[in-house]
Design a protein around this ligand. Structure first.
Ligand code: GLU
Length: 445
């Protein structure tokens, strides 16, 4: 069964880039009828916070991409110790005693000579006595994973195509710090194996991690999962601005962005498919295909998000929004007003033109006369199926007015505005008594 995971560290809120990664993993899993897991990467106990774990869950739920299961790295330290012991026994991890300053110096020397700053494996040459002496001095080793330099690393990337790395060009990655804490790479591979992850989809900033992790999977006796690395998200200026890079679900929510809009946009950003407000998350999943992702950075345009949001708000059914609407506004009110909304919260302002009071603009004597005639017509005639159509046709015949001269004064008198929702939908909501009162009032103004 296809199983994907989203693996955030709970050291902050999700931002738009993380949301996209989460969504794509959800889509990839659902497309195949598989499972999408949330893995909380909380090995860093200092920086991880429970409030962020809760916020991450809430954000995924709000987006409609809740996970099928949740795992936590902080509950799995025993598994990491076991795997680490196996790797140590097999000679695939080794202790190192260099300080950060020493390593930095060596890097600088190599770079100064125009050489790649690859770790020289000096620690492999230490004798047992030398190691014991270091430890006697109170230096706790950090640990590196020993890459197999004779085995070229290759994988077929779901987005980038065939990838090849020469392990001799990579430093043996540090997997564990001197204080015993874990760096991200090894626990992640251990978890991917234990949790049956079949597909790892993440940002291209992880490509070189993948190269090392491919060998970790093999060293742990497992087949690596399929990997796909997507181009990073950039803003309209070519890079993700600091503000946008920290814009999270809460900010989008506050600015009136609906989850459907974020999902519709982020699902297709970076692909050759057009963004389509008509598609549900399930439909987006059915059509999700890694082959459609390009290598060019995906451009996130907030203006596009807001346009899409409007298009989506126009389609939202009443049941989806009922709890967000002003008191008394029913399905007919929603249907009348939604084409005018960019954000659901604007419904309240529009609803006031139904409930009143409205302030009609002052008008000339001729218009006042017309409005008085309109009030009488509205009062006298039977309101059938479509009163607006019927009443305006009657007034047209009686007064000779047509087009703007007919419709605008009526709209202004009835709503106080020059523009707004379709009058044929609004008028039945305003109701006869109130409509007549508004016309009479405007005729006197
Ligand atoms: N916690 C890692 C990160 O946020 C997970 C990366 C991954 O393997 O997907 O970068």
């Amino acid at each position: 069964m296809v199983t994907t995971r989203f693996a955030p560290s709970p050291t902050g809120r999700l931002h738009v880039g993380n949301i996209r990664t989460a969504l794509h993993n959800w889509l990839l899993a659902k497309q195949a009828g598989g499972r999408f897991l949330l893995r909380i990467d909380d090995t860093d106990r200092e920086r991880s916070r429970e409030e962020y774990v809760e916020a991450i869950r809430a954000d995924l739920t709000w987006l409609g991409i809740g996970p099928d299961g949740e795992e936590r790295q902080s509950a799995r330290f025993d598994a990491y110790e076991d795997a680490f012991a196996r790797l140590e026994k097999a000679g695939r991890v080794y202790p190192c005693y260099e300080t950060a300053q020493e390593l930095e110096l060596r890097r600088k020397v190599l770079l100064g000579r125009g050489l790649p700053p690859i770790y020289d494996r000096a620690a492999l040459d230490l004798t047992d006595d030398e190691k014991a002496a270091k430890e006697a001095q109170g230096i706790a080793p950090h640990w590196r994973f020993l890459l197999d330099r004779d085995a070229p690393i290759a994988w077929e990337d779901g987005i980038r195509g065939p990838q090849r790395f020469d392990p001799a060009q990579l430093s043996d990655p540090v997997v564990r710090r001197g204080d015993g804490s874990w760096l991200y790479m090894l626990p992640s591979a251990i978890d991917d194996i234990a949790m049956g992850i079949t597909d790892v989809l993440r940002g291209e900033d992880h490509v070189s991690n993948t190269a090392a992790q491919v060998q970790m999977f093999e060293a742990l006796g497992a087949q690596p999962p399929r990997f796909a690395h997507e181009a990073l998200l950039v803003g309209t200026e070519g890079k993700l601005s600091k503000r946008l890079g920290s814009t999270g679900v809460a900010d989008f929510r506050e600015s009136g962005v609906e989850p459907e809009a974020l999902v519709a946009l982020l699902a297709r950003l970076g692909t050759s498919d057009p963004v389509d407000p008509a598609l549900s998350a399930r439909e987006l999943a059915e059509q999700f295909d890694l082959a459609k992702f390009g290598r060019a950075p995906a451009r996130f345009d907030e203006a596009e998000l807001h346009r899409l949001n409007a298009a989506i708000v126009h389609r939202l059914p009443y049941d989806r929004v009922a709890h967000l609407l002003p008191e008394g506004m029913g399905a007919a009110g929603w249907d009348a007003i939604r084409p005018n909304l960019a954000h659901i919260e604007e419904a309240e302002g529009w609803w006031r033109i139904v409930t009143g009071p409205v302030e009609p603009p002052a008008c000339d004597a001729e218009t006042r006369e017309f409005l008085a005639a309109a009030a009488a017509t509205f009062d006298a005639r039977d309101w059938g199926e479509n009163p607006w159509k019927d009443l305006t046709a009657t007034l047209k015949g009686a007064t000779g007015r047509k087009g703007k001269a007919l419709f605008l004064p009526l709209r202004q008198a009835l709503t106080g505005l020059d523009h707004g929702p379709d009058m044929s939908e609004l008028l039945p909501l305003i109701g006869r008594e109130e409509a007549v009162a508004r016309l009479e009032r405007a005729a006197r103004a």
